[in-house]
Design a protein around this ligand. Structure first.
Ligand code: FPP
Length: 245
């Protein structure tokens, strides 16, 4: 019996965002190199993506590489970029089979040219798929995203396209990397850390948060189902009272 059987299909989150944390610690615990953890992290990505599709959840966002991760040892950064390229090449067929549309959020121009190329090609090749939008946050930092959005809005005001009195939350949202993607309903972080770490600060305003003690390579479909099941027990009031809902 799987927790999946207890999930209410009428109350599914539309968008799940995940901070995949703990690859390094998991590998270290086994006496292996950090890169071994990242490789096994890819297996967890595949499993979670498959489970998301099985349930028919249309948006999944994964924090794959933060703007701060550039400060890691050069070899680890290189290995992560190679893993990204190889995984995208390997998964393209499965993306098509499962209707996965790839998207990237973050400062993509920072990535090495070969990673940018594979990413852009995979995004273009999957652009007509419509079952699940998989957004990879790469060289992503939420504060930088907010600053970028502010600059874009300032440019629109300067050029006369936008009147400052028309700037509102909707306009701001549309100028973020995540324009046209609904805010996450559920955000999961693995590895027992209780932090947001500069991830989707604007978008998580009303998101339900779920923290798993498991390291990312250990996180599996049942863990995802449990997080969704728990999400369904929560009352989302969006500032209202219980009685008003
Ligand atoms: C966090 O673990 C994980 C990352 C910084 C990278 C996540 C990348 C993957 C799962 C593989 C590549 C992804 C795709 C989508 C192909 P950590 O290294 O911070 O672990 P630690 O906190 O234990 O050191």
């Amino acid at each position: 019996m799987s927790v999946k059987d207890n999930i209410d299909r009428n109350k599914l989150p539309r968008h799940i965002a995940i901070i995949m944390d703990g690859n390094g610690r998991w590998a270290k615990g086994l006496g292996k190199l950090r890169v071994f953890g990242h490789k096994n992290g890819v297996t967890a990505v595949r499993e979670v993506l498959e489970a998301t599709i099985e349930l028919g959840i249309p948006y999944l966002t994964l924090y794959a590489f933060s703007s701060e991760n550039w400060n890691r040892p050069k070899l680890e950064v290189q290995a992560l970029m190679e893993l990204l390229i190889n995984s995208l090449n390997k998964e393209l067929k499965t993306f098509h089979k499962n209707g996965v549309k790839l998207n990237a959020i973050g400062n993509i121009n920072d990535l090495p040219t070969n990673a940018q190329k594979t990413l852009k090609e995979t995004i273009a090749a999957t652009s007509n798929n419509d079952k699940c939008t998989l957004s990879l946050a790469l060289s992503y930092g939420s504060r930088a995203e907010i600053v970028e959005a502010s600059k874009r809005i300032a440019q629109q005001v300067l050029s006369g396209e936008l009147d400052p009195k028309d700037i509102n939350e909707h306009v701001f949202t549309q100028n973020l990397y995540t324009a046209n993607i609904p805010d996450p309903d559920l955000m999961i972080r693995t590895s027992g850390e209780y932090r947001i770490s500069n991830f989707l600060l604007w978008q998580l305003a009303y998101t339900e948060l779920s923290f798993s003690p498991k390291m990312w390579p250990e996180f599996n479909r049942e863990d995802l189902f449990e997080a969704i099941y728990d999400f369904q027990t929560r009352e989302r009031r969006f500032g209202k009272t219980s009685e008003q809902l």
